[in-house]
Write a protein that binds this ligand. Structure first.
Ligand code: SF4
Length: 830
């Protein structure tokens, strides 16, 4: 234990300072369960993390057929051996005593154990019935950002060409659909332009609504290491909370929630006013500059200051840092994506890079981040929104090409309208046109907005609900059929992180009981449904993950996310590899758009764009006339105020969000002792001035109410901006008496009791940041304190006023300096 660190108390561990343009030093983090020494590990099995989108490469320790710990992979480009708290401890949830081990079916109102054949036959029989009686539109699939690529691709084929439904979406709709939409709007196509290596080269790093320290904690370690090395970067942070990022920032802007477009327009205004524009780049690679300049002409810092409630001088200071950077890296996440005018704001970050020519070279890049480990795969495989391989549903040639890959008639692939988004599917289920919903690896009874409504939709008799999960989640408790799934470590597949790095995750141990991989479940269903191609052969011809991966490679060939140069063997042993990976780029592709914008041409683009205010899709003709040569599009947007503003009755703005120690609805992290103890219960953050005005103190129990519903939580007095409340969204009901909601007169616990049914017009991402809310005292805390971590953005305003978060001995993880990273110099790397 000599070199061990409590990684709950010190989530980011020790520093390994390094200078600009130097390789990030390796550091190997290891956590082995009590009683297991490195020498007693029988095998190490290669994998990567699944509790965030960073893609931290790790090996799973196996002892006597059970997982016994994890170790970072020093050779990997993403994390160089480092692991965050969720990586280190989260695997323990795989062995939770309440894992589902047998299928369940509802009989006489109760979920009862059964065998696979009975459960799957029930699902197939209901599917056949609905297809006959109502057609494919009666069936919807709602998946996740946590399965493997092979599973999404199989699901996409069976849903789109097997069933023929347009209703297939992922919970990535709540998480990264704005990232995808912003990339499509600006570059014609999804695909992250930047690379994590840009953290090593940037002189300015700007984080827009992105609490990097808690969402991609290992990349935050990278930033912290650079901040302690030679020639450190300057940070610009836009966040209404006092995050760790904000505390390290050169300039921290804490705007009023819902005003991102106003702020970004002012930053663009300043950039243009000071002529910090790369005119050659703009002329060669973009369209729309004049419209953008005109739109932001009146958006002075003083104008934005009034809207955003941020000093004009600080906006000007941030603009100067951004405008004088020689290598600017920007990252964007939920503070933009889940907020008002989500796509419009995310696109303005792209615009900033385009007009400054900050793209396609070391340190100059945009990371429109993902949240989930396999969100990128959901998107590229066509399980979230668009057609597989980033094909354009409006382009008949793309649909025909997909039909060729699947050997079906193009008419079999629904493309009469944009693929249905999750919130629309809920609406269809509510109205009764969707009669069967198959939910895999996600928990909408906690994660979707306005939970009272969601529960009432899922409880409908006429809706046949299939849930495929690891545990009896809040959603599973409302299902007609529950299918026990195997998870990470119990199955093999690939996953692609937010900077396009593909990792292989191999099966380390057997799943519990009769649980099956999601791939096996989908393949079983496809066999029972007897889906055929146009020659009468099985539509889905593969039987295992490797063959599914190869099928995907054929589908991705020639598209931006081309996987044809990859294989399971190539992904074994070394580092993950970034797509596109082809014969021409066998080592993968570090950055997109190094010499030009390649996928915006009308013939190849994934999308013709949408109106940012209404979401109306542009036609091929409109797009071709706007952008005949396929350049990046500078799309301007006017600021419009949020739909729900504070009022006398609801005087606060309410933002929901995440904490470092949990993921999603706590299904895994709530079953991990170290993580659960660090943040065991919901809380609400209030600033000191608001707390004194309401005569509230740390630990008081309050009700937070909006027009939709309410929840109870203890108060954390923090340095959050005045007028704003923050509630973490992880807490649901699976570990309460009721199990799936606030029973009887019980108070709510889930943040989404209060959130609104509203979404961004372009990305259709629900809004979780701008509800109007009231706070009322329920009971005095009498010196209790909020169950909120002190190590994160929820730290108390007065340091030391509450006990510090610590994990103790159970959270000790070791760290060793690793071998220097194997850095392959690439063209253009200084
Ligand atoms: S916690 Fe948020 S950012 Fe993270 S994966 Fe979930 S929805 Fe995405």
């Amino acid at each position: 234990m000599g070199n061990a660190v409590d990684r709950i108390a010190r989530p980011w561990g020790d520093r390994s300072p390094y200078g600009r343009h130097e390789p990030w030093p390796a550091r190997v983090d290891t956590y082995l369960t009590d009683g297991v020494e490195p020498g007693s590990v029988q095998k190490w099995v290669q994998s990567a993390s699944i509790l965030h989108s960073d893609g931290d490469a790790m090996d799973i320790a196996v002892v006597d057929g059970r997982m016994a710990g994890v170790r970072g992979r020093a050779v990997d480009r993403v994390n160089r051996g480092r692991l965050g708290p969720k990586d280190l401890f989260g695997w323990q949830a795989n062995a939770a005593a309440d894992r589902l081990t047998r299928p369940l079916v509802r009989r006489d109102g109760r979920l009862t154990e059964t065998d696979w054949d009975t459960a799957m036959e029930l699902v197939a029989a209901r599917s056949r019935e609905l297809l006959k009686e109502r057609g494919p539109g009666a069936i919807g699939f709602y998946t996740t950002g946590q399965l493997f690529l092979e599973e999404y691709y199989t699901l996409a084929v069976l849903a789109r060409a097997g069933i023929g439904t347009n209703h297939l979406d992922g919970n990535t709709r709540l998480c990264t659909s704005t990232a995808a939409e912003a990339l499509k709007q600006s570059f014609g196509c999804d695909g992250q332009p930047g690379s994590y290596d840009d953290f090593d080269h940037a002189d300015v790093i700007a984080l827009f609504g992105h609490n990097l320290a808690e969402t991609q904690d290992v990349q935050w370690m990278r930033v912290l290491d650079r901040l302690e090395g030679a020639d450190p970067p300057r940070l610009v942070c836009v966040d209404p909370r006092p995050t760790r990022v904000a505390r390290h920032a050169t300039v921290h802007l804490a705007p009023r929630v819902g005003t991102n477009v106003a702020l970004l327009n002012a930053l663009l205004h300043e950039t243009i006013r000071h002529d910090r524009v790369d005119h050659d780049f703009v002329a060669a690679h973009t369209v729309g500059f004049d419209e953008l300049a005109e739109r932001v002409a009146g958006c002075t810092p003083e104008w934005a200051a009034r809207i955003c409630d941020v000093p004009a001088a600080r906006i000007a200071e941030a603009a100067e840092i951004l405008g004088t950077a020689d290598a600017l890296l920007s990252t964007v996440l939920q503070g933009v994506y889940q907020s008002h005018q989500a796509t419009a704001a995310a696109v303005q970050v792209n615009n900033l890079h385009l007009i400054r020519g900050m793209l396609g070279r070391p340190g100059a890049g945009v990371l429109q981040m993902n949240g989930q480990p396999t969100a990128q795969n959901t998107r590229e495989c066509g399980a979230n929104g668009d057609l597989p391989g980033f094909r354009n549903w409006q382009n008949d040639a793309h649909v025909a090409d997909l039909a060729r890959v699947w050997n079906v008639e193009p008419s079999r692939i629904p493309h009469y309208a944009p693929p249905t988004h999750a919130m629309q599917m809920v609406r269809y289920a509510e109205q009764g046109s969707i009669r069967m919903m198959w939910i895999s690896g996600t928990n909408p009874a906690v994660s979707l907005p306005d939970l009272a409504r969601i529960r009432s939709v899922l409880r409908q008799e006429r809706l046949f609900t299939v849930v495929q999960d690891l545990y009896l989640t809040e959603t599973a408790r409302l299902a007609d059929v529950v299918l026990p799934a195997a998870t990470w470590g119990e199955k093999t597949g690939t996953l692609t992180n937010a900077d396009r790095t593909v990792h292989l995750s191999e099966k380390a141990v057997e799943p519990p009981g009769e649980a099956r991989s999601d791939l096996d479940i989908f393949l079983d269903y496809a066999r029972r449904m007897d889906f055929r191609d146009k020659d009468g052969e099985p539509l889905i011809g593969w039987r295992d993950p490797r063959a599914a991966f190869e099928a995907w490679q054929r589908c991705s060939a020639g598209r931006p996310c081309d996987y044809t140069g990859l294989s399971y063997d190539r992904l074994r042993g070394g580092s993950g590899i970034q797509w596109p990976c082809t014969e021409q780029a066998p080592e993968g592709t570090e950055r997109l758009y190094t010499d030009r914008v390649t996928w915006a041409h009308p013939d190849v683009c994934e999308s013709y764009g949408k109106d940012l205010e209404t979401g109306a899709t542009s036609s091929a003709v409109e797009y071709r006339s706007l952008n005949p040569d396929g350049k990046a599009v500078l799309r301007a947007a006017a600021y419009v105020p949020p739909h729900e503003m504070p009022s006398e009755r609801y005087p606060f703005q309410l933002s929901t969000g995440r904490t470092l120690y949990h993921f999603h609805t706590r299904t895994k992290t709530g079953r991990t002792p170290q993580l659960d103890r660090a943040a065991p219960e919901v809380w609400v953050e209030v600033c000191g001035a608001d707390a004194s005005r309401l005569e509230l103190v740390e630990g008081d129990l309050v009700t937070v109410t909006t027009a939709r519903g309410s929840l109870q939580a203890r108060v954390r007095v923090s340095d959050i901006r005045p007028g704003l409340l923050f509630v973490p969204f992880h807490y649901g009901y699976w570990d309460t008496k009721e199990g799936n909601g606030p029973g009887g007169d019980e108070p709510g616990r889930a943040a989404n009791e209060t959130t609104v049914t509203d979404w961004d017009p372009a990305s259709k991402q629900p809004l979780f940041k701008t509800a109007a809310a009231a706070v009322t005292l329920v009971a005095r805390g009498h010196s209790a304190c909020a169950p909120a971590p002190t190590t994160t953005a929820s730290a108390p305003a007065v340091t030391g006023s509450v006990p510090a978060t610590a994990g103790g001995r159970a959270a000790y993880a070791s760290r060793e300096p690793g071998q220097p990273a194997r850095v392959v110099p690439r063209k253009g790397t200084p």
